[in-house]
Design a protein around this ligand. Structure first.
Ligand code: RRO
Length: 310
Protein backbone atom coordinates (compact mmCIF):
# COMPACT_ATOMS: atom_id res chain seq x y z
CA UNK A 1 0.00 0.00 0.00
CA UNK A 2 1.19 3.49 -0.87
CA UNK A 3 0.67 6.05 1.88
CA UNK A 4 0.76 9.71 0.89
CA UNK A 5 -0.51 11.07 4.21
CA UNK A 6 1.59 13.64 6.01
CA UNK A 7 1.74 15.42 9.36
CA UNK A 8 2.17 19.20 9.42
CA UNK A 9 2.89 20.78 12.80
CA UNK A 10 1.36 17.76 14.52
CA UNK A 11 -1.80 17.86 12.38
CA UNK A 12 -2.52 14.75 10.30
CA UNK A 13 -3.45 15.26 6.65
CA UNK A 14 -4.88 12.27 4.78
CA UNK A 15 -3.00 13.36 1.65
CA UNK A 16 -0.11 15.68 0.90
CA UNK A 17 -1.76 17.91 -1.73
CA UNK A 18 -4.01 20.87 -0.94
CA UNK A 19 -4.98 24.32 -2.20
CA UNK A 20 -2.68 27.34 -2.18
CA UNK A 21 -4.07 30.40 -0.45
CA UNK A 22 -5.78 32.81 -2.82
CA UNK A 23 -7.42 30.34 -5.19
CA UNK A 24 -11.12 29.57 -4.72
CA UNK A 25 -10.92 29.91 -0.94
CA UNK A 26 -12.48 33.28 -0.17
CA UNK A 27 -16.14 32.53 0.53
CA UNK A 28 -17.92 29.99 2.71
CA UNK A 29 -19.04 28.19 -0.47
CA UNK A 30 -15.41 28.03 -1.69
CA UNK A 31 -14.29 26.56 1.63
CA UNK A 32 -17.14 24.07 1.72
CA UNK A 33 -16.23 22.96 -1.81
CA UNK A 34 -12.64 22.41 -0.66
CA UNK A 35 -13.95 20.41 2.29
CA UNK A 36 -15.84 18.14 -0.11
CA UNK A 37 -12.94 17.85 -2.57
CA UNK A 38 -9.82 15.67 -2.49
CA UNK A 39 -7.77 18.62 -1.20
CA UNK A 40 -6.00 17.31 1.92
CA UNK A 41 -6.69 20.52 3.85
CA UNK A 42 -8.78 23.68 3.60
CA UNK A 43 -6.64 26.81 3.40
CA UNK A 44 -8.36 30.22 3.39
CA UNK A 45 -7.64 33.35 1.38
CA UNK A 46 -5.34 35.64 3.36
CA UNK A 47 -7.45 37.82 5.63
CA UNK A 48 -7.10 41.31 7.02
CA UNK A 49 -8.70 43.03 10.00
CA UNK A 50 -11.30 44.76 7.86
CA UNK A 51 -12.96 43.52 4.68
CA UNK A 52 -11.22 44.63 1.45
CA UNK A 53 -12.51 44.90 -2.09
CA UNK A 54 -8.99 44.51 -3.49
CA UNK A 55 -7.46 46.17 -6.54
CA UNK A 56 -9.32 47.34 -9.67
CA UNK A 57 -10.04 44.75 -12.38
CA UNK A 58 -8.75 43.17 -14.55
CA UNK A 59 -6.44 41.90 -11.82
CA UNK A 60 -5.82 38.24 -12.80
CA UNK A 61 -4.86 36.69 -16.13
CA UNK A 62 -3.83 33.26 -17.31
CA UNK A 63 -0.57 33.32 -19.26
CA UNK A 64 1.06 30.77 -21.54
CA UNK A 65 2.96 29.10 -18.70
CA UNK A 66 1.04 30.23 -15.63
CA UNK A 67 -0.61 33.38 -14.37
CA UNK A 68 -0.20 36.97 -13.26
CA UNK A 69 -2.24 38.54 -10.47
CA UNK A 70 -2.59 41.72 -8.54
CA UNK A 71 -5.71 40.90 -6.56
CA UNK A 72 -4.80 43.25 -3.72
CA UNK A 73 -6.04 41.02 -0.91
CA UNK A 74 -9.78 41.00 -1.51
CA UNK A 75 -11.34 39.26 1.51
CA UNK A 76 -14.35 39.56 3.80
CA UNK A 77 -12.24 40.35 6.89
CA UNK A 78 -11.00 37.94 9.56
CA UNK A 79 -14.29 37.86 11.47
CA UNK A 80 -15.89 36.09 8.51
CA UNK A 81 -13.21 33.37 8.69
CA UNK A 82 -13.70 32.98 12.44
CA UNK A 83 -17.33 32.22 11.63
CA UNK A 84 -16.58 30.05 8.57
CA UNK A 85 -14.08 27.95 10.52
CA UNK A 86 -16.72 27.12 13.13
CA UNK A 87 -19.31 26.18 10.49
CA UNK A 88 -16.87 24.05 8.47
CA UNK A 89 -15.23 22.29 11.41
CA UNK A 90 -18.64 21.31 12.77
CA UNK A 91 -19.38 19.47 9.51
CA UNK A 92 -15.98 18.26 8.30
CA UNK A 93 -12.96 16.68 9.98
CA UNK A 94 -10.49 17.96 7.38
CA UNK A 95 -7.69 20.24 8.71
CA UNK A 96 -8.58 23.93 8.41
CA UNK A 97 -5.78 26.45 7.95
CA UNK A 98 -6.37 30.17 8.28
CA UNK A 99 -4.14 32.51 6.26
CA UNK A 100 -3.48 35.85 7.96
CA UNK A 101 -2.02 38.92 6.27
CA UNK A 102 -2.49 41.95 8.52
CA UNK A 103 -1.59 45.45 7.36
CA UNK A 104 0.16 46.31 10.65
CA UNK A 105 1.84 44.56 13.58
CA UNK A 106 -1.14 45.27 15.83
CA UNK A 107 -3.61 43.92 13.21
CA UNK A 108 -1.62 40.69 13.07
CA UNK A 109 -1.45 40.35 16.84
CA UNK A 110 -5.19 40.94 17.11
CA UNK A 111 -5.99 38.31 14.45
CA UNK A 112 -3.62 35.70 15.94
CA UNK A 113 -5.27 36.21 19.34
CA UNK A 114 -8.78 35.91 17.90
CA UNK A 115 -7.94 32.66 16.08
CA UNK A 116 -6.75 31.14 19.38
CA UNK A 117 -10.36 30.56 20.35
CA UNK A 118 -11.56 28.87 17.18
CA UNK A 119 -11.51 25.26 15.96
CA UNK A 120 -8.91 26.02 13.25
CA UNK A 121 -5.95 23.65 13.17
CA UNK A 122 -3.11 25.83 11.85
CA UNK A 123 -2.27 29.37 10.81
CA UNK A 124 -0.27 30.29 7.70
CA UNK A 125 0.99 33.83 8.23
CA UNK A 126 1.52 35.66 4.94
CA UNK A 127 4.00 38.54 4.93
CA UNK A 128 4.81 37.99 1.25
CA UNK A 129 2.10 39.56 -0.89
CA UNK A 130 3.59 41.65 -3.70
CA UNK A 131 0.32 43.37 -4.54
CA UNK A 132 -0.76 45.67 -1.75
CA UNK A 133 -0.49 49.11 -3.29
CA UNK A 134 1.81 51.36 -1.26
CA UNK A 135 3.14 48.46 0.89
CA UNK A 136 6.47 46.67 0.47
CA UNK A 137 6.83 42.88 0.71
CA UNK A 138 7.36 42.54 4.46
CA UNK A 139 9.03 39.15 4.06
CA UNK A 140 12.04 40.85 2.45
CA UNK A 141 12.62 43.06 5.52
CA UNK A 142 14.44 40.82 8.02
CA UNK A 143 14.30 43.34 10.87
CA UNK A 144 10.57 43.72 10.51
CA UNK A 145 10.13 39.95 10.21
CA UNK A 146 12.03 39.51 13.47
CA UNK A 147 9.78 42.06 15.19
CA UNK A 148 6.64 40.47 13.77
CA UNK A 149 7.61 36.91 14.69
CA UNK A 150 8.61 38.00 18.17
CA UNK A 151 5.22 39.60 18.74
CA UNK A 152 3.21 36.79 17.14
CA UNK A 153 5.08 34.09 19.08
CA UNK A 154 3.99 35.69 22.34
CA UNK A 155 0.28 35.51 21.55
CA UNK A 156 -0.22 32.53 19.21
CA UNK A 157 -1.66 29.41 20.78
CA UNK A 158 -2.29 27.67 17.44
CA UNK A 159 0.71 26.18 15.62
CA UNK A 160 1.74 28.54 12.85
CA UNK A 161 3.90 28.75 9.74
CA UNK A 162 5.05 31.50 7.40
CA UNK A 163 4.36 31.81 3.67
CA UNK A 164 7.58 33.21 2.29
CA UNK A 165 8.23 35.29 -0.78
CA UNK A 166 10.85 33.79 -3.11
CA UNK A 167 14.51 34.52 -2.33
CA UNK A 168 17.32 34.69 -4.86
CA UNK A 169 20.48 35.47 -2.88
CA UNK A 170 22.42 33.07 -0.59
CA UNK A 171 22.71 35.76 2.10
CA UNK A 172 18.94 36.29 2.11
CA UNK A 173 18.25 32.58 2.64
CA UNK A 174 20.71 32.65 5.54
CA UNK A 175 19.21 35.78 7.09
CA UNK A 176 15.64 34.49 6.87
CA UNK A 177 16.61 31.07 8.25
CA UNK A 178 18.34 32.77 11.18
CA UNK A 179 15.21 34.76 12.04
CA UNK A 180 12.91 31.74 11.66
CA UNK A 181 15.04 29.60 14.00
CA UNK A 182 14.59 32.11 16.85
CA UNK A 183 10.86 31.48 17.06
CA UNK A 184 8.42 28.56 17.37
CA UNK A 185 7.66 28.59 13.64
CA UNK A 186 6.41 25.10 12.77
CA UNK A 187 6.50 25.31 8.99
CA UNK A 188 7.26 27.57 6.06
CA UNK A 189 5.46 27.61 2.75
CA UNK A 190 7.73 28.31 -0.24
CA UNK A 191 6.99 30.28 -2.39
CA UNK A 192 4.57 33.14 -2.83
CA UNK A 193 4.32 34.59 -6.35
CA UNK A 194 7.34 36.26 -7.96
CA UNK A 195 6.57 39.91 -7.44
CA UNK A 196 6.35 42.65 -10.00
CA UNK A 197 6.30 40.75 -13.26
CA UNK A 198 4.72 42.34 -16.33
CA UNK A 199 2.53 40.68 -18.95
CA UNK A 200 1.88 42.58 -22.19
CA UNK A 201 -0.63 42.12 -24.98
CA UNK A 202 1.43 42.99 -28.08
CA UNK A 203 -1.70 43.48 -30.23
CA UNK A 204 -3.15 46.24 -28.12
CA UNK A 205 0.29 47.28 -26.77
CA UNK A 206 -1.27 47.30 -23.32
CA UNK A 207 -0.46 45.74 -19.99
CA UNK A 208 -2.75 42.76 -19.33
CA UNK A 209 -3.79 43.64 -15.78
CA UNK A 210 -4.76 47.06 -14.47
CA UNK A 211 -3.29 47.57 -10.96
CA UNK A 212 0.24 48.95 -10.52
CA UNK A 213 0.42 49.81 -14.24
CA UNK A 214 0.34 46.11 -15.08
CA UNK A 215 2.83 44.73 -12.56
CA UNK A 216 1.79 41.66 -10.59
CA UNK A 217 2.78 38.34 -9.03
CA UNK A 218 3.86 35.62 -11.44
CA UNK A 219 2.84 32.02 -10.72
CA UNK A 220 2.57 28.65 -12.43
CA UNK A 221 5.21 26.92 -14.55
CA UNK A 222 7.38 30.05 -14.73
CA UNK A 223 8.22 29.69 -11.04
CA UNK A 224 8.68 25.97 -10.42
CA UNK A 225 12.51 26.06 -10.48
CA UNK A 226 12.46 29.04 -8.09
CA UNK A 227 10.03 27.24 -5.79
CA UNK A 228 12.15 24.09 -5.82
CA UNK A 229 15.33 26.08 -5.16
CA UNK A 230 13.74 27.82 -2.18
CA UNK A 231 12.40 24.57 -0.71
CA UNK A 232 15.80 22.92 -1.11
CA UNK A 233 17.87 25.75 0.33
CA UNK A 234 15.58 26.14 3.36
CA UNK A 235 15.49 22.37 3.84
CA UNK A 236 19.29 22.46 4.13
CA UNK A 237 19.37 25.53 6.38
CA UNK A 238 16.55 24.56 8.76
CA UNK A 239 17.95 21.08 9.54
CA UNK A 240 14.47 19.58 9.05
CA UNK A 241 13.37 21.25 12.33
CA UNK A 242 10.92 23.55 10.57
CA UNK A 243 8.77 21.74 8.02
CA UNK A 244 8.38 22.99 4.47
CA UNK A 245 5.31 23.10 2.27
CA UNK A 246 6.14 23.48 -1.42
CA UNK A 247 4.14 25.61 -3.83
CA UNK A 248 4.84 27.02 -7.27
CA UNK A 249 4.06 25.46 -10.64
CA UNK A 250 2.65 22.13 -9.49
CA UNK A 251 0.45 20.68 -12.24
CA UNK A 252 1.37 16.98 -12.11
CA UNK A 253 2.41 14.18 -9.81
CA UNK A 254 5.96 14.58 -11.13
CA UNK A 255 5.99 18.22 -9.98
CA UNK A 256 4.79 17.16 -6.51
CA UNK A 257 7.38 14.34 -6.43
CA UNK A 258 10.18 16.81 -7.21
CA UNK A 259 9.07 19.18 -4.42
CA UNK A 260 9.03 16.34 -1.89
CA UNK A 261 12.44 15.14 -3.10
CA UNK A 262 13.70 18.68 -2.49
CA UNK A 263 12.40 18.52 1.09
CA UNK A 264 8.70 19.42 1.15
CA UNK A 265 6.37 17.64 3.59
CA UNK A 266 3.28 18.66 1.60
CA UNK A 267 2.49 20.67 -1.53
CA UNK A 268 -0.07 23.29 -2.46
CA UNK A 269 -1.66 23.98 -5.83
CA UNK A 270 -2.58 27.50 -6.93
CA UNK A 271 -2.64 28.39 -10.63
CA UNK A 272 -3.32 24.80 -11.77
CA UNK A 273 -6.25 24.60 -9.32
CA UNK A 274 -7.73 27.72 -10.87
CA UNK A 275 -7.11 26.53 -14.42
CA UNK A 276 -8.11 22.88 -14.05
CA UNK A 277 -10.61 22.82 -11.17
CA UNK A 278 -11.14 20.59 -8.15
CA UNK A 279 -10.09 17.39 -9.95
CA UNK A 280 -6.46 18.56 -9.84
CA UNK A 281 -6.00 17.36 -6.25
CA UNK A 282 -6.93 13.79 -7.08
CA UNK A 283 -5.00 13.83 -10.37
CA UNK A 284 -1.76 15.05 -8.78
CA UNK A 285 -2.04 12.66 -5.84
CA UNK A 286 -2.86 9.67 -8.06
CA UNK A 287 0.07 10.47 -10.35
CA UNK A 288 2.35 10.85 -7.33
CA UNK A 289 1.17 7.47 -6.03
CA UNK A 290 1.94 5.87 -9.40
CA UNK A 291 5.45 7.35 -9.42
CA UNK A 292 6.06 6.08 -5.87
CA UNK A 293 4.78 2.64 -6.80
CA UNK A 294 7.07 2.44 -9.84
CA UNK A 295 10.05 3.44 -7.70
CA UNK A 296 9.22 1.12 -4.81
CA UNK A 297 8.47 3.89 -2.31
CA UNK A 298 5.59 3.29 0.11
CA UNK A 299 5.61 6.55 2.09
CA UNK A 300 6.81 10.14 1.65
CA UNK A 301 9.68 9.73 4.11
CA UNK A 302 11.21 7.11 1.79
CA UNK A 303 12.33 9.94 -0.53
CA UNK A 304 11.51 13.27 1.15
CA UNK A 305 14.58 15.54 1.06
CA UNK A 306 16.69 12.80 -0.51
CA UNK A 307 17.60 14.75 -3.63
CA UNK A 308 20.88 13.59 -5.12
CA UNK A 309 23.41 16.04 -6.47
CA UNK A 310 26.12 15.56 -9.06
O1 RRO B 1 -4.25 39.14 -2.96
C1 RRO B 1 -3.19 39.21 -3.63
O2 RRO B 1 -3.00 40.07 -4.50
C2 RRO B 1 -2.08 38.26 -3.43
C3 RRO B 1 -1.62 37.86 -2.18
BR1 RRO B 1 -2.41 38.36 -0.57
C4 RRO B 1 -0.46 37.02 -2.12
O3 RRO B 1 0.04 36.63 -1.06
N1 RRO B 1 0.13 36.66 -3.30
C5 RRO B 1 -0.35 37.06 -4.49
O4 RRO B 1 0.21 36.70 -5.53
N2 RRO B 1 -1.47 37.84 -4.55
Amino acid sequence: MINVSTIIAGVKLDGCVFNASGIRCETLTDLENLAKSESAAILTKSCTLEARKGNPIPRYANLEYGSINSMGLPNPGYKAYLKFSKIIKKKYKKPFIASICGMTLSDNIKMFKEFNNTPIDLIEFNPGSPNTIGKPIVGYDFTQMDRLLNAISKVAKKPFGIKLPPFFEPIHFNQMAKVLKKYPVKFITCVNTLGHGLAIDPKTERAIIKPKNGLGGIAGKYIKPTGLGNVRRFYELLDDKIQIIGVGGIYTGTDAFEYILAGASAVQIGTAFLQKGFGIFETVQDELTQIMKAKGYTKLSDFRGKLKTL
